[in-house]
Write a protein of this length. Structure first.
Length: 231
């Protein structure tokens, strides 16, 4: 992958926002009455951007990044091909937009309320990571092969994969300790375990290795139960 994409991954959120804040002047076609526009086209800019990101994610995951053309992405999204260059500066910028869409605003809000014990909280967090990795499987199918070819994307994969929500998980575990004799080192080990087991059994085994998802989940939870016996 060209160096400009790797460099763009290091941009601050302010720079990213300014880069995509440009809104082109409406064309004559965009000012035509709705009845005169080509049917089936997505017309609102935010909706078009999301449609292109979603289409690219699906096609990159099934066909691969290199084999997918911008024409195919545009057709899948129901948008004009030129919008990919206007909004994202090409296919590489669209890949970056996919990464950015998955790394912004990630929280633990979807997890149940904090549990009453460290063991219960630990198991809740493991289940949550297993589900999250499965829900994001298309994204990881896109990014993982690219990471083998580009070391910079390997660092991005690590940030959005096993360690994506490490800080929030760590906070939840510390809160659940409630005076238990658990050191910071042990909390960190639990945090890393949750992220890693989620990635392994929520994505790699069911998606990459083709293992039955139910079986992979059962093995993950059994492994977590064994690990949890120590506290």
């Amino acid at each position: 992958m060209p160096e400009n994409l790797a460099n763009s991954l290091q941009l601050s959120q302010t720079a990213i926002a300014s880069e995509y804040a440009f809104v082109p002047r409406p064309s004559i076609a965009s000012q035509e009455p709705e009845t005169n526009r080509e049917p089936g086209r997505v017309r609102n800019r935010p909706a078009r951007e999301q449609a292109l990101i979603a289409a690219a994610t699906r096609l990159f995951a099934t066909k691969g990044y290199d084999a997918t053309t911008t024409r195919e992405i545009a057709a899948e999204a129901g948008c004009a091909e030129g919008l990919i260059h206007r909004y994202f500066q090409g296919k590489e910028g669209l890949l970056f937009a996919i990464i950015r869409s998955r790394t912004s605003g990630d929280t633990l809000d979807t997890i149940t309320k904090p549990a009453s014990s460290l063991r219960e909280e630990f198991m809740h967090l493991v289940e949550s990571e297993l589900e999250r990795m499965w829900q994001d499987r298309e994204f990881f199918r896109v990014l993982t092969p690219r990471a083998f070819l580009d070391a910079n994307l390997g660092h991005v994969l690590n940030r959005v994969g096993p360690l994506r929500r490490a800080n929030k998980i760590r906070e939840r575990l510390r809160t659940a300790c409630n005076g238990n004799n658990v050191s910071d080192h042990e909390v960190e080990a639990l945090t890393q375990f949750i992220g890693s087991i989620g990635f392994l059994f929520g994505f790699l085994r069911p998606v990459v290795l083709g293992e039955d998802r139910t079986r992979a989940r059962a093995v993950a939870l059994a492994t977590a139960e064994i690990f949890a016996r120590s506290f």
